[in-house]
Design a protein around this ligand. Structure first.
Ligand SMILES: [Zn+2]
Length: 124
């Protein structure tokens, strides 16, 4: 049997693939920037049958995986505000909220993908 092209661990996370087979998309819509229902996922993988929410409340833990992504995106705004003497603090807050809105789908989708790849074993 010919095996289809296998992708690596990190690429699988970034492309939001099933952590078990790395073939199928976990989310119904592809891509990191999906603004309409960004957390709309398949229940199981159509290729290997892997259930994504392996236990009740599993995705709550994904917030821990999202947290560093939020910090990485928001920190430059904070340091810019600290370094700049002329920048208004409310202007900086506004930019941070805007950045949060723009990057929200990436934060939550990537967070879930990382979390799933940590806890669901790759079976090829
Ligand atoms: Zn799969």
């Amino acid at each position: 049997m010919k095996k289809s092209k296998q992708i690596g661990f990190y690429r699988s996370i970034l492309t939001l693939k099933c952590p078990s087979c790395r073939q199928e998309n976990m989310f119904k819509k592809r891509g990191l920037f999906v603004y309409h229902n960004p957390l709309d996922m398949h229940e199981n993988c159509s290729q290997c049958g892997q259930k994504y929410e392996i236990e009740p409340g599993f995705w709550i833990g994904a917030l821990w995986a999202s947290y560093p992504i939020v910090v990485i995106i928001e920190t430059p705004f904070l340091f810019t505000a600290i370094a700049s003497e002329s920048l208004n603090v409310w202007y900086t807050y506004g930019l941070m909220i805007l950045a949060f809105g723009v990057f929200f789908p990436l934060m939550v989708r990537l967070g879930r993908s990382i979390w799933a790849h940590i806890f669901i074993k790759f079976r090829g």
